[in-house]
Design a protein around this ligand. Sequence first.
Ligand SMILES: [Zn+2]
Length: 417
Amino acid sequence: MALTTFTISDVRIFTGKEAIDVGYVTVKNGTISDVSSGSPPPESPGSVLSRPGHTVIPGLIDAHMHAQGNDLALTQSLQFGVTTVQDMHNETANVHKMKKIAAAKKDEASDFRAAGVAATIEGGWPMAVVLAIDKSEQTAADVATWPKLKSPAEAEAYVAFNLSPAGGADFIKLMHESGSAVGQSMSKPSLDIQKALIKATHEAGRIAVAHCFGRADTLEMLSLGIDGLAHTFMDEPVTEEIINEYKKSGAWCNPTLALLGSFTTEGEALANRFANDERVKGKLAATDHATMCRCMSFATADATVRYAYETVRRLKAEGVPIIVGSDAVGPGLGTAYGATVHQEMYLLVKECGFSPQDAIRSATTLTAKVFGLKDRGEVARGLKGDLVLVEGNPVDDIEATLNIKSVWRDGILAKGF
Ligand SMILES: [Zn+2]
């Protein structure tokens, strides 16, 4: 699988920072070697693809998904222009399996980064819910491999293992869920355990991300210095205290609006519209089409995705980084690998006051920045040749991100394009 060298010319470029009305991008041996307005110099290497009426954007990053052991998680994501995915909790064996696929099949699979297995406790999120929904022997065996942290000392040992080559993690995921938004009472790790996890993660120079669906749980995580939230909350409206804690801590938020809409069922119509859009349906596995059209319906009657929209709107206005993650998981209802990233960008524009450019930034440059990924997320010289070519102008119309004509990962054209 040779690396390719080529130039895309006569094209609009949204670099992730700025829009270039007519310009060119050159990729040399898998790395972007030139980006500029105007016409490519005659000495540009490789073949020239002239694409007037099209736009090049950076390869999208899905900041939050769960691949399980499913190849489709990476192959379907790449077809939707998602060149990097971040798994936010998976069994260690699956993490190694998916990393191997991502490294070996650059023309078929997204790059894969992972939290490894999350910092779980006995009976806590998501153990209690997974075991209640899925009674299979395989799931019971998988869950048996998850951590059951009991003390801060165990938390430190967990971080050390998870970030080691044997653990396979790139960052650390905390589970801080009291169940308030889903009408359940769940045990969550003590604040001493969470504090020890964050401290050990930071000492290792890595990033700690927390799951919370509730406002009170979110406040606790912000007060402990978490780097980012893997959801926003849906049980209560935003408060000044939340805004201030986000700003004080410098944390970012990955709201997972499509998922929350599935939890409350308010997102059902939109998920159906996306799933049945020909540009989506043609790329979805039949199983994913069916699951995307249905809802989790797993929130309390008081919870609403409207609270989430308003929180994101306020956080954005206050300069808190908002990043895009689908939270897609194989059998999970209301989401689908790759497709939900586009739905999430649409929701940021439609419901949260984002410009299309800001929504694309939230799925590219901003995600790369908050996760310290210096080699991707932008169409810029020296970065990976992770590019998406779409017909039309997503700078004006966010739904144009679905008009995907080509996807390159490390300069390698994805199969099927
Ligand atoms: Zn998740």
